[in-house]
Design a protein around this ligand. Structure first.
Ligand SMILES: Cc1ncc(COP(=O)(O)O)c(C=O)c1O
Length: 361
C-alpha cells in the first residue's frame, strides 16, 4: 500500500509542541491523570494500583467494550473492538475493501478517511462540502459502491446534518447495499437543545462506527478508540487485522479509558460549557464566523491566503492556526478548535494581531 504524506500531521508535527498558543486544536482540554483516578470508583482505583503491565485481551478490556456497547443502543460487547482511533480507520478499510472497489467519501476530510482506500487501489469519489443529499444519492447510485464514508460532526467544517438528512445518508448506503463507515469521533458534544443524532450503528446493520476518547472525552494521549458494528464478519476481520497492527491495547490506557467513560457525564458537561463560551468569543471576535451545532471545531472564512497568514502568525507570535489548504480545501478558511480553556484569550490576541497586520489596528 502506497500512502501520500498526511498533510495535517506533517503541518502539526514541527509546530504543535513549539507553539505558544493554539487556535486550531481538534480536541477538548485534556484531563489530568490525577483527576481521572481521583474520580474513579474504588474498585477501579484498586485495579489501577494492582495493574500488571502485561499483554491485554486482543479485542479490548471487557469492561471497556461493555461501556462502548452501552453508548450504542442495540449493540453488545461482541459488536465492539478497541483500537487507537487512527488505527480503527485502517482496520475498517482493510476489512471492507479490496483494490478496484469504489468508495464515496465526504470531502474535505481527515486524510486517512480517503487516503487508505486510495492506497489500497480503490477508486474514491468525493462527496463535496457543502454536503448536498441529492448529490450523495446520485454519486452512490452512479456506480457500484462498496463503502460510503462520512464523519459527523465533521472535521474540519463542523457540519452536522439534520435528522432527516442523516437518515438520507444512511438510506443512500443501504439502497446501494454498501457498508457505511461513520467516523463519530466528535459525537456527544451537542451544543444546542436539538436532540442528538443516533449513531449510524443504531440505524443500519452494515454501519461501522469509529469512536474514541480523543476529542469529546479529553484524553487523546490514551490513544483509545473503538469500532462498533452489528456486522460480526467485519468485527472478526478487524480483529484479524489488529493482530498485524497493535495486537492488543495498552493495559493502563484501557483501564483509564474505563474510568473516563464512567465519568463521561461530568467530562462532557465541562467540555460543552467550554465550547459554548468559545463559540460566543469566536462569533464576537471574528466577523462572519459561526460556531457549530455539535462538536468542537469551526471552519471560518477569513481572506484569501490563509496559509501565508498562518505562517506569518506562527513566525511572529508562535500562535498556531490551521489553514484549509492542509485539507485540500482552498486557501480562504481556517479551522478553529473550540475545546481548549485558553481559546478565547488566544483568539483575542489573534484578532488584535490580525487587525494590525491588515493595517486597520
Ligand atoms: C475525523 C477524525 N477521525 C479520526 C481521528 C483520529 O484520532 P486520533 O488522532 O486520536 O487517532 C481524528 C483526529 O484528528 C479525526 O479528526
Amino acid at each position: 500500500m502506497k500512502l501520500a504524506p498526511f498533510a495535517l500531521e506533517r503541518y502539526f508535527a514541527p509546530r504543535e509542541f513549539v507553539a505558544r498558543a493554539q487556535l486550531s486544536c481538534s480536541d477538548c482540554e485534556a484531563l489530568t491523570l490525577d483527576d481521572v483516578v481521583a474520580h474513579a470508583e474504588a474498585e477501579l482505583r484498586d485495579a489501577w494500583s494492582a495493574l500488571r503491565l502485561g499483554y491485554s485481551e486482543s479485542r479490548g478490556h471487557p469492561l471497556l467494550r461493555a461501556e462502548v456497547a452501552a453508548m450504542h443502543p442495540g449493540t453488545s460487547v461482541e459488536h465492539t473492538i478497541t483500537c487507537a482511533p487512527a488505527e480503527g480507520i485502517l482496520l475498517a478499510m482493510l476489512s471492507t475493501l479490496a483494490a478496484g472497489d469504489r468508495v464515496v467519501a465526504c470531502a474535505p476530510a481527515y486524510q486517512s478517511l480517503h487516503e487508505i482506500a486510495r492506497g489500497m487501489g480503490c477508486v474514491v469519489d468525493e462527496w463535496p462540502w457543502p454536503f448536498d443529499l441529492t448529490r450523495l444519492t446520485a454519486l452512490v447510485r452512479a456506480r457500484k459502491t462498496k463503502l460510503v464514508v462520512v464523519n459527523f460532526p465533521h472535521n474540519p467544517t463542523g457540519h452536522v446534518p439534520s435528522v432527516d438528512e442523516w437518515h438520507a445518508v444512511v438510506a443512500a448506503a443501504r439502497d446501494a447495499g454498501a457498508h457505511l463507515f461513520s467516523d463519530e469521533m466528535y459525537r456527544f458534544l451537542d451544543l444546542t437543545a436539538a436532540p442528538p443524532l443516533a449513531s449510524a450503528v443504531e440505524l443500519y446493520d452494515k454501519a461501522i462506527v469509529l469512536g474514541g476518547l480523543s476529542k469529546a472525552f479529553s484524553a487523546p494521549g490514551l490513544r483509545s478508540g473503538w469500532l462498533v458494528s452489528r456486522d460480526l464478519d467485519v468485527i472478526q476481520r478487524c480483529a484479524e487485522h489488529k493482530d498485524y497492527t497493535t495486537i492488543c491495547g495498552n493495559g493502563p490506557g484501557e483501564l483509564l479509558s474505563i474510568m473516563v467513560l464512567r465519568q463521561r457525564a461530568r467530562i462532557l458537561a465541562r467540555n460543552i460549557a467550554t465550547i459554548r463560551a468559545n463559540v460566543a468569543a469566536l462569533e464576537r471576535l471574528v466577523p462572519g464566523a459561526k460556531g457549530p451545532r455539535a462538536g468542537c471545531v469551526a471552519f471560518v472564512e477569513l481572506d484569501d491566503g490563509v496559509t501565508a497568514l498562518a505562517d506569518e502568525l506562527f513566525r511572529e507570535t508562535k500562535m498556531l492556526l490551521l489553514p484549509s489548504s492542509v485539507f485540500g480545501a482552498g486557501d480562504r478558511h481556517a479551522r478553529f478548535g473550540l475545546g481548549r480553556a485558553a481559546f478565547a484569550t488566544t483568539l483575542e490576541e489573534f484578532a488584535t494581531w490580525r487587525a494590525v497586520a491588515r493595517g486597520s489596528g
